[in-house]
Design a protein around this ligand. Structure first.
Ligand code: AOF
Ligand code: ZN
Length: 358
């Protein structure tokens, strides 16, 4: 067995999986590479959209009879259930694959058990190769399965002193063109893009994805508790992408199509109720884009899984900061983060982090 060849094939499978980002919800992204008996790659596949064939099926089709006696590398444990498609474990057995290597166990109770089925049929099964990379690649879906609510990525762009606008409210453009393009990639990866009423009022944002080839438009969500920010004719109401306006149960709105949700104790919309409503609509990953008040409410509710900050080499010294009250009054309550990645984007720095203990 050639370990290096195993790693190369699984790395490729992780790469293939990422092609499905933003298009597979409520399902995971999955990649698969099939080699023949002598280790040559004879098939590749990835899960392209929910309801479509699973990654293994695409790769097996490409491989044809050459899969016999070969190895399948899959980023997620092959499924064991008949859902919208047949069980992949069975398809791998029927194709005569001798060995299956998968990275991450399937936590979905409906689909789990594929590894056992394969073993029972005499297939050699190995789990855990490049598990960290495959986990990271499927973090939104895995988080949603484990928590029962959508994965939430909070994104902000600020000056080095943490401000998102100047004292007079001007805010265009703090971050660079490279950072702004990167945000469109994040939008394309998400099932829903969420902003609060302050952002809706100040910016009249469009929230659709621009400049990302093949992007599936995310659901645009405005949390407009008092129903005062989104007026008829707002850019977010055009038909470039679907839109959901969430208002309080008692709010008086001129809009025909809104979702009414309960308030939290402080008067703002209940974050758990909002996430439940989104989950019920198939949303498994949320990009929370603004502004500081809504971000504070999400953080106070313990509903942020990942923070992505774009820091521009700019100083303002006055003006609103990226995060408003998150219910923290003393240092021992501070949210401490683990930085998982840093990247340079043009002149800016992008910091990706997770919250400790979350
Ligand atoms: C996918 N794509 O490539 C693999 C999946 O709704 P279904 O019937 O397509 O089943 C979805 C479940 O199947 C999914 O939640 C996961 O547990 C398992 N594997 N799913 O969508 C794939 N391999
Ligand atoms: Zn499957």
């Amino acid at each position: 067995m050639d370990r290096q060849a195993d790693i190369t094939a699984m790395r490729r499978a992780v790469e293939l999986a990422a092609r499905g980002l933003g298009a597979t919800s409520p399902n995971p992204v999955v990649g698969c590479v099939v080699t023949d008996a002598s280790g040559h790659v004879v098939g590749e596949g990835w899960h392209q959209r929910a309801g479509g064939p699973h990654a293994e099926i695409h790769a097996l089709r490409a491989a044809g009879v050459l899969a016999r006696g070969g190895t399948a590398y899959v980023t997620l444990e092959p499924c064991n259930h008949t859902g919208r498609t047949g069980p992949c474990a069975q398809a791998l057995i029927e194709a005569g694959v001798r060995r299956v290597v998968y990275a991450v166990a399937d936590p979905n109770p409906r689909a789990t058990g594929g590894a056992d089925t394969l073993r029972a049929a005499g297939t050699e099964v190995e789990r855990g190769l490049l598990e960290d990379a495959a986990e990271a690649g499927n973090l939104p879906w895995l988080t949603a399965v484990r928590t029962g609510r959508p994965f939430v990525r909070w994104k902000y762009a600020a000056t080095l002193d943490g401000r998102i606008a100047a004292a007079d409210g001007t805010s265009r453009w703090i971050s660079s063109a490279a950072s702004r393009a990167d945000v469109h990639r994040l939008r394309a990866e998400a099932d829903a893009v969420v902003v609060g009423s302050g952002t809706a009022r100040a910016d009249d944002p469009h929230l659709a994805v621009r400049g990302v080839e093949g992007a599936v438009q995310p659901l645009r969500v405005v949390v407009d508790t008092e129903a005062t920010a989104v007026r008829p004719g707002a850019r977010v109401l055009d038909d470039a992408a679907p839109t959901l306006i969430a208002v309080a149960e008692d709010a008086d709105t001129p809009l025909a199509d809104v979702v009414r949700l309960p308030r939290a104790a402080g008067g703002g919309l209940s974050v758990p109720a909002l996430l439940d409503a989104l989950h019920a609509r198939g949303v498994r990953s949320v990009l929370l884009e603004g502004g500081p008040t809504l971000a504070g409410a999400f953080l106070a509710a313990g509903a942020v899984d990942q923070v992505v900050g774009y820091l521009a080499p700019v100083l303002l010294g006055a003006g609103p900061t990226a995060l408003a009250d998150a219910g923290i009054t003393t240092l021992t309550e501070a949210l401490r983060l683990d930085i998982t990645e840093t990247a340079a984007l043009g002149p800016d720095l992008r910091i990706t982090a997770t919250i400790q203990g979350a």
